[in-house]
Design a protein around this ligand. Structure first.
Ligand code: UPG
Ligand code: MN
Length: 890
């Protein structure tokens, strides 16, 4: 293969070799490359705590001189000629937008319009025909109907342009040599080793370390908000185990690369493809993994009881994090380039343990705060241009996932405007019926595809690859720093030309003090940068490196010192962190808020659904935990609603597309729909009990409107399922859980949100508990009482009583009343059917089906006994008047 090697130096906005005329939406061909000074800080070993700097004693036993200067990047351009094919192939786009076939989408759109039109006529009829003997009931139900219809519209419109996308990983490899792929910093957040078992985190970390990507381009940062020595020890063990696990993964190209889930898969050794060497190695590896697990379990067991004098590290020094809420920042490089090749001598990705400083009196802002600390510390230590964010229980299930993301992020056109690539969340260990709609299929397979066709999917908190620059509060590249004097940098007067030179560390020599000796003009802009990013010159310098990489000329000791500095608890004071940059504070759903702010700035996002699920995580599978999770999300939304960031009135100066705004509005106001929902679930019971109804006797025209409406509702659903490929069962689960969550968690969220606004609520969410044995469903039947259960329980009882009362009443009043009763019963059954999974959850495990059967039997028994009683009453009733007459007469 003839190759021409061309060396190019680094231009500002990436190098444009070719001449494509295709537009951004199709990912045209241009070359881009990434300059990266790898591993500078990773030759360090030893735990670093901020207090150690106070005494100025170095912790860096084997601190290494840095490699000098940025490496020049070689671009390989395949020669024309026999390899013309490759060149042609490399010029092809890296991804393609796949529209939904118009035969599927157009009928869907037509039905939506039809449904909307019919709704208008329906409401015209509803409003013009009040029920006079039940006016209040009628009024309430009409208000609820209008409200629900609006919420439907809010949910429906953003699904107008659904798309899917296709990536071409082979073209990515042809176009970008391994060396040219963009480096990625991967963040794993943990907060509590008791609720988040270390073995789960270890699995996530192992899946990261063995990801199919050049090892020198991957750094894994594990954030530990609990400052637990258990996690720290676990990571050291994990680093050791990675030395044999990673080569095994690469050798046999296995999936997934999280050992727990890999070994729980069945392998058919009788299949002819299985090589004997593989069988042998797999067995050996399985044994190794079991031993690894035993070691972790020993650590966990040891960690159960904290010694009085606190934890002590292996070398005898006390553990700096003995007080979880008040401790210094800690950084430990568990795997670095220097001393950490794998068993076969190949380089491993870097693995860094981070525990940010915590002090009493400083808000730590939970996950968002942890993420921001990670953004800064990684900027100082590796500064990869891309970031992947994972919860500790979300492992990489598709080892090519980083390449998938690069197909978009490294696209020379789209990449400039792309804030993040979001992958769907998929889960392990959910009961096969998915009783509480944990898979969230409707969100991940319908709504997100719809958003992808507008401005991009919302950020869901995990499984998302970011463009680092998008987190720094900039607008997309075209109007970014080169025009810093404009809006985003109001008082910056001196940034003509290449802003990078302002903070070129090289000019300032190795010591940071160099920054303090800046001349006047740079000084003002330096002040602006500090106001924004905080007082770290190294960090500020790193933000100016558009393509990542570390500034040259600072040594690793300084880097570590800066790293500790940027994770100190006071670092964010008087800066824009959490307000304009990084993960935003102020809501328990920091994810929606952060993504929303990026979209407001004009960034796009992309939804990527590789065939093999990209990530997998755990989900709360029992009723109470699930309701609490939904409560947390809904409360997060109400918080945003009452904050300054409500999509109804925030960000009109920006570049948010209006359908995208509708989608965000929907994501924020949905908890409020719980109010009409609750009312509407109560109405049928009230109707049955009072014998009134929300509608007057139907005219023929009215029944036609009603029928048409029902048909349209069913049709939209059917057509939606057809274009999205979602199964009817998943959809139904989602409907059910929408009602269950609506009348419990969402409702509470609304009130707690209101209380919070009034400063009265102090709800604190702790970390959700994750189970290590994802395959065991024991927890599904775990029953914990929470107040969340009250409203749905009451609804069930109320409607059951209503049914009983209604039926007995009808029996009492003769067969004429069965007609109107049918309508009321229908609505009541509708409520009960939706709440059915809730009812099952309420029953708990003890004799699963029997209890439910018992319950139903009680209901039926009630009905029949009522019938019997009524018949009994019925007989004297008929004779009653006669008797009475008799009595009068006699
Ligand atoms: O003080 C904290 C609290 C939490 N976490 C981490 O944050 C992640 C999410 O917390 P979890 O308790 O698992 O919450 P979930 O309900 O599963 O969170 C979902 O919803 C959140 C809010 O929308 C998102 O941020 C999450 O990514 C998403 O998984 C976990 O890795 C935690 O370790 C921290 O690092 N520090
Ligand atoms: Mn989680």
């Amino acid at each position: 293969m003839a190759e021409t090697l061309t060396t190019v130096s680094q231009p500002r906005n990436g190098l444009h070799i070719s001449h494509s005329d295709s537009d951004e939406e199709n990912g045209d061909y241009n070359q881009q490359h990434w300059q990266h000074n790898e591993n500078q800080a990773f030759s360090l070993a030893g735990i670093v705590a901020s207090k150690d700097f106070e005494g100025e004693k170095g912790f860096f036993s084997n601190a290494e001189k840095l490699k000098e200067g940025p490496e020049k990047i070689s671009l390989v351009i395949k020669d024309q000629g026999e390899d013309g094919y490759l060149l042609a192939e490399a010029r092809q786009p890296l991804w393609r937008k796949v529209s939904i076939p118009s035969s599927l989408i157009n009928p869907y759109r037509i039905v939506i319009i039809l449904r909307f039109t019919i709704l208008v006529f329906f409401f015209q009829y509803r409003i013009s025909t009040p029920v006079h003997d039940a006016f209040a009931l009628w009024l309430i139900s009409v208000i609820c109907e209008v409200w629900l219809a609006l919420s439907w519209l809010l949910d429906q419109l953003p699904k107008w342009f659904p798309i899917t996308r296709e990536t071409y990983l082979d073209r990515l490899s042809i176009r970008f040599e391994e060396k040219l792929l963009g480096p990625v910093d991967i963040f794993v957040t943990t907060a509590d080793p008791l609720k988040e078992p270390p073995i789960i985190t270890a699995n996530t970390v192992l899946s990261v370390l063995s990801v199919e990507y050049p090892a020198e381009k991957v750094s894994c940062y594990v954030s530990d908000d609990s400052a637990s020595m258990l996690l720290y020890d676990t990571l050291s063990e994990t680093a050791q185990f990675a030395r044999i696990w990673v080569p095994f993964c690469n050798k046999y190209n296995i999936e997934p690369r999280a050992p727990e889930s890999y070994f729980s898969q069945k392998v058919d050794y009788l299949k002819d493809k299985v090589h004997p060497a593989f069988v042998r190695d797999r067995r050996a590896m399985k044994r190794e993994y079991e031993e690894f697990k035993v070691r972790i379990n020993v650590l966990v067991a040891e960690a159960q009881k904290k010694p009085e004098e606190g934890w002590v590290m292996q070398d005898g020094t006390p553990w700096p994090g003995n007080n979880t809420d008040d401790h210094s920042g800690m950084i430990q490089v568990c795997l670095g380039s220097a001393g950490a090749p794998d068993k076969e001598g190949k380089e491993l990705p870097r693995l860094v343990y981070i525990s940010r400083e915590k002090r009493l009196g400083y808000k730590h802002h939970k996950k968002a705060g942890a993420m921001n600390a990670l953004v800064r510390v990684s900027a100082v230590l590796s500064n990869a241009p891309f970031l992947l964010n994972l919860d500790c229980d979300q492992y990489i299930n598709n080892s090519k996932v980083l390449r998938e993301a690069m197909c978009f992020l490294m696209d020379p056109q789209l990449g400039k405007k792309l804030a993040y690539v979001q992958f769907p969340r998929r889960f392990d260990g959910i009961d096969c019926n998915d009783r509480y709609a944990n898979h969230n299929t409707v969100l991940f397979d319908i709504n997100m595809k719809g958003l992808d066709g507008i401005q991009g999917p919302v950020y869901v908190g995990t499984g998302c690859v970011f463009n680092r620059q998008a987190l720094y509060g900039y607008k997309p590249l075209s109007e970014k720093r080169s025009k810093m004097s404009s809006s985003s940098w109001p008082s910056c007067c001196c940034c003509s030309g290449d802003s990078r030179s302002i903070f070129d560390l090289e000019e300032m020599g190795e010591e940071l003090e160099g920054f303090d000796e800046q001349e006047e003009p740079s000084f003002t802009s330096k002040k602006n940068f500090e106001k924004r990013f905080g007082q770290s010159p190294v960090f500020i310098a790193s933000t100016l490196m558009e393509d990542g990489g570390l500034p040259k000329g600072i040594n690793s000791r300084l880097m570590m010192k800066e790293a500790i500095h940027v994770i100190s608890c006071g670092y964010e004071e008087k800066t824009e962190w959490g307000k304009e940059i990084g993960w935003l504070y102020g809501s328990v759903t920091e994810d929606i808020l952060t993504g929303f702010n990026m979209h407001c700035r004009g960034w796009k996002s992309v939804y990527c659904m590789p065939e093999r699920a990209a990530f997998k995580g755990s989900a709360p599978i029992n009723l109470s935990d699930r309701l609490h999770q939904v409560l947390k999300w809904a409360l997060g939304s109400t918080e945003i609603f009452f904050s300054g960031y409500c999509p109804l009135w925030y960000g009109y100066s920006g570049k948010l597309k209006w359908l995208q705004r509708l989608a965000y509005t929907n994501a924020i106001v949905y908890p409020f729909t719980s109010i009409p929902l609750l009312v509407y679930c109560t109405i049928p019971a009230v109707c049955l009990l009072t014998g009134k109804f929300i509608m007057p006797t139907l005219t023929t025209l009215a029944s036609i409107w009603l029928m048409a409406l029902f048909i349209c509702i069913i049709l939209t659903c059917v057509l939606e399922l057809r274009w999205s490929g979602v199964s009817i069962q998943d959809w139904w689960r989602n409907e059910q859980f929408w009602v269950i969550g609506g009348v419990s968690a969402h409702l509470f969220a609304v009130f707690q949100g209101l209380l919070k606004v009034g400063g009265l609520d102090t709800t604190n969410f702790t970390v959700r508990e994750k189970t290590a044995d994802g395959t065991l469903l024991g927890k599904l039947y775990l029953f914990k009482w929470t107040t969340l259960l009250i409203p749905p329980t009451s609804l069930v009882i109320l409607n059951m009583v209503g049914i009983v009362a209604g039926i007995s009443d009808a029996i009492n009043n003769g067969y004429d009343s069965w007609g109107p009763l049918f309508g009321k019963l229908f609505f009541s059954f509708w409520v009960i059917v939706h709440l059915y999974p809730f009812l099952k959850g309420l029953m708990g495990r003890q004799n699963r089906t029997p209890t439910i059967v018992v319950l139903w039997s009680i209901l039926l028994a009630l009905i029949f006994s009522m019938i019997w009683v009524r018949f009994d009453v019925f007989l004297p009733k008929k004779t009653g008047p006669i008797l009475k007459q008799c009595g009068v007469d006699c």
